[in-house]
Write a protein that binds this ligand. Sequence first.
Ligand code: NAP
Length: 220
Amino acid sequence: MRTVIAGGHGKIALRLATVVANQGHEVVGVVRNPDHRADVEQTGAAVVVADLEKASAADLAPHLKGADAVVFAAGAGPGSTAERKDTVDRAAAELLADAAAQAGVRRYVLVSSTGVDQEPDPSRGEVWVAYVRAKKAAEDALRGRTDLDLTILRPGPLTDDPGVGKVALSTGPLDRREVTRDDTAAVLAALLEAPGTAGLTLELMGGDHDVVGAVAAVQA
Ligand code: NAP
C-alpha cells in the first residue's frame, strides 16, 4: 500500500507515517518546508516538498500517481490567521482532492475535528470561528464528490500523551474526551486498511475500545 500524507510534518502525520512505515507500507509526506525533510524521512517516509497554499492540483497530482490513499493531516495550526484557516484547512483539503482525482486515487481520509456541526461560539474569536467554518466547508465539499472514497475522522481535543491503544469511535456524537495523537494516528492507519469505512464521518475520543476493534465495529 502506498499512502501520501498532506501536512507530512504535522504531529499526527509524523506518528501516522511511523505506524504505516512500520507495517511495511510505502508512505510519502508532503511538507512545505524543506528543513522538515530529515524529520519525515526518519519515520521511514519519502518526502515531497510542496506548499499546499501555492501549488496547483496539477503540480501535486504527479506525486500522488500510484498511491492507494491520501490523508489530509495539514492544518494552519494554533496562532495562525483566520485567512489561513480557509487557505489550509479548507482550500488545501480540496486541492488534495482535485490532485487525487487527477492522479486516479479514490481513497481519501480527512482529519477534521469534533464540533464542526455546531455554529462556532463567536466569543472564542474570529480565528476560532474561521477554523470551525473551514473544517466544516472542507467536509461538505469533499462529501459532495463522487470521485472519492472518503472517510472523515473528527478527533476530540488532542494531547501529546503516549497512546493507550483504546478509543471511542462512532458515527454518532460522543461525549467530549481528550484523545492522544498516538491513538489518532493508530485509528488513521486502521482506517487506511478498512475501505468499508468509505462514506462514514467518525467522531473520535478517548475511550475503552481497542483501535482495530473500534474500526471494525463502525463498518459492521
Ligand atoms: P499540526 O502539528 O499543526 O500539523 C499540521 C501540519 O500542516 C504542519 O506540519 C504544517 O506545516 C502543515 N501545513 C500548514 N500549512 C501548510 C501548507 N501550506 N502546505 C503544506 N503543509 C502545511 O497538526 P496536528 O496536531 O497534527 O493536527 C492535525 C489536524 O487535526 C489539524 O488539521 C487540526 O486542525 C486537527 N485537529 C486538532 C485538534 C486539537 O485538539 N488540536 C482537534 C481535532 C482536530 P508547517 O510545520 O510547515 O507549518
